[in-house]
Design a protein around this ligand. Structure first.
Ligand code: SF4
Ligand code: SF4
Length: 402
C-alpha cells in the first residue's frame, strides 16, 4: 500500500465512534517508574539513540535510591492502575545484586500484605544464563528481550563493544525463557533499513515467543531509517497476518505482533488515549543517581530534567513538560488532522523531540508504520464483526473478562 493511501482512512472507519474526551491535567498519582538501575550498557548497538544522549560514565544505582523510588510509587492505586516498575535503560542485569535485593524486598512486602508493583525488566539478553533464567522465572516479573530477528539482521546492528554480533547468546536466552515462562516473555525487534518484517517475525516466533513487538528505529542517520520499500514490506506483513486470521478466525496464531494487536484493541474501543504514554504524568524515569526525567529516553538530557526523587511531581518543570514536549495529540498539527489519531495516541514524546521535524510534530516514518497497523486493524475488526464476532474475544485486553 503506498504511503498516500495510508494517509486516508479505510472505508467505513468512524473515528468519532471511539473518540475519548480531551485530556484534563490534574495532580497525577505516580503509578509507574522506570529505573536506570545499572547506569550502563555492555553493548554498542549501531542504532542506539540513548548512547548519544546519556553520559558515557554513570554510576550504578544504590539501594538507597531504589528505596526512595519505591516509596514514591502510589501503591494505593489512586489512579485506578496497578503500580508498575520498569527496569532498563542501560542493561539492568549488570546490576544483578541490586535486582536480587529488590526481588527480596518485594517478596517481603507481599508477605506482609502490602501492594507491590508489577515489575517489567527489559534486557539485551546477553547476561541471561541458566542461573539468571531460573531466578527470572522465580521472580514472577515480565521480561522483554531485544532481538532483531535472524542472525544476519540482528548481528548487523546489535553488537558488543568490539563490533561482534550478539545473536548467538541472545537467541539462546530468548529460547530458554520462551520455554520456561512463555506468558511473561516478549521480544522487541527494532526495524531498520532492509529489515524484512516477515523474516524478523518468523525467526522470533520460531524460538517459541508469543508476543513480538516490531518497532521502527528512530535515528538521525537517514540510511539507518526504513525507506519506502521497508514500509511496503511492513504493510504487506500486517495485511498478510490479518488475512490469515480473517480466513481462519477461530485458529489462534501462536505469536502476536504486539503493536498491531494494540491497534485492534483501540478499534474495539479499548485503551484509547490522547497521549501515547504517561511520561511526565503518572510515569517518570529515574537515572542511577536519582535524577528524575519524563522517561528512560530523556535520561541524561538536562533540558528535560524534572528534579530529583525528593521534589519532582509538583515542580514547574513537570508542568512545562506536559504543556510542551508531552502535550496531547490535539496540540500537534499533524495529529490534529490525522484520521488514525484515536488509534495512535500521538507520537512518542522522546522520538518527536529528538528526531522529529520540530514543533512537537511526529516522525513521518513512525506515522507510516502506525497507519499501516491502523489500516490492517480496522479491516480485521470490520471483517470479524461481520462474520465471526466471537473471534474478537482473542484481542480483549487482559482482565476484561475477569
Ligand atoms: S503521531 Fe502520526 S499517526 Fe499518530 S496521530 Fe499523530 S500524525 Fe497520526
Ligand atoms: S515518551 Fe516515548 S520512549 Fe518515553 S515512555 Fe513514552 S513512548 Fe516510551
Amino acid at each position: 500500500m503506498p504511503r498516500s493511501a495510508l494517509r486516508e482512512p479505510p472505508p467505513g472507519f468512524d473515528s468519532a465512534a471511539i473518540a475519548v474526551l480531551p485530556l484534563v491535567e490534574r495532580d497525577w498519582p505516580v503509578t509507574a517508574l522506570a529505573l536506570d538501575v545499572s547506569g550502563r550498557c555492555n553493548l554498542a548497538c549501531r542504532y542506539c539513540a540513548e548512547a548519544a544522549t546519556q553520559p558515557a560514565r554513570r554510576t550504578a544505582m544504590t539501594w538507597q535510591t531504589m528505596a526512595a523510588a519505591l516509596s514514591l510509587l502510589d501503591t494505593e492505586s489512586r489512579g485506578g492502575l496497578a503500580p508498575t516498575l520498569r527496569l532498563g535503560s542501560g542493561e539492568p542485569l549488570l546490576a544483578l545484586p541490586l535486582l536480587r535485593q529488590l526481588d527480596e524486598r518485594l517478596r517481603q512486602d507481599r508477605a506482609c500484605g502490602k501492594t507491590v508493583p508489577r515489575v517489567y525488566l527489559t534486557t539485551n539478553g546477553t547476561r541471561v544464563d541458566k542461573q539468571v533464567a531460573n531466578w527470572l522465572v522465580d521472580t514472577g516479573w515480565q521480561v522483554k528481550i531485544s532481538l532483531d530477528g535472524p542472525r544476519a539482521i540482528h548481528d548487523r546492528w546489535r553488537v558488543g563493544a568490539r563490533g561482534k554480533g550478539t545473536w548467538k547468546q541472545v537467541s539462546a536466552a530468548v529460547q530458554l525463557l520462551a520455554e520456561r515462562m512463555p506468558e511473561r516473555l516478549s521480544v522487541t525487534a527494532v526495524m531498520c533499513r532492509d529489515s524484512d518484517p516477515a523474516a524478523v517475525f518468523a525467526a522470533i516466533e520460531a524460538l517459541g515467543v508469543r508476543r513480538i513487538e516490531l518497532v521502527p528505529v528512530a535515528h538521525g542517520d537517514a540510511d539507518i531509517m526504513p525507506n519506502d520499500d521497508d514500509l511496503s514490506r511492513y504493510a504487506a506483513f500486517v495485511t498478510a497476518w490479518v488475512d490469515r486470521l480473517v480466513a481462519k478466525p477461530l485458529q489462534r496464531p501462536q505469536a502476536q505482533p504486539i503493536r498491531l494487536v494494540g491497534s485492534v484493541r483501540r478499534v474495539m474501543g479499548y485503551d484509547v488515549k490522547r497521549v501515547v504514554c504517561g511520561a511526565g504524568r503518572n510515569f517518570f524515569g529515574v537515572d542511577a543517581s536519582g535524577n528524575v526525567f519524563p522517561c528512560f529516553r530523556f535520561i541524561g538530557m538536562s533540558e528535560y530534567g524534572l528534579g530529583d526523587l525528593a521534589n519532582h511531581a509538583s515542580s514547574d518543570l513537570t508542568a512545562r513538560f506536559r504543556a510542551g514536549a508531552g502535550r496531547a495529540l490535539e496540540a500537534r498539527r499533524a495529529c490534529s488532522t490525522c484520521w488514525a489519531a484515536m488509534l495512535c495516541g500521538g507520537p512518542c514524546f522522546a522520538c518527536s523531540e529528538m528526531f522529529g521535524p520540530g514543533g512537537g510534530e511526529p516522525l513521518p516514518t513512525h506515522c507510516d508504520y502506525t497507519l499501516a497497523d491502523a489500516h490492517a486493524a480496522v479491516r480485521l475488526v470490520n471483517a470479524l464483526r461481520q462474520n465471526h464476532p466471537q473471534a474478537l474475544l482473542y484481542f480483549l485486553p487482559e482482565g476484561v473478562l475477569a
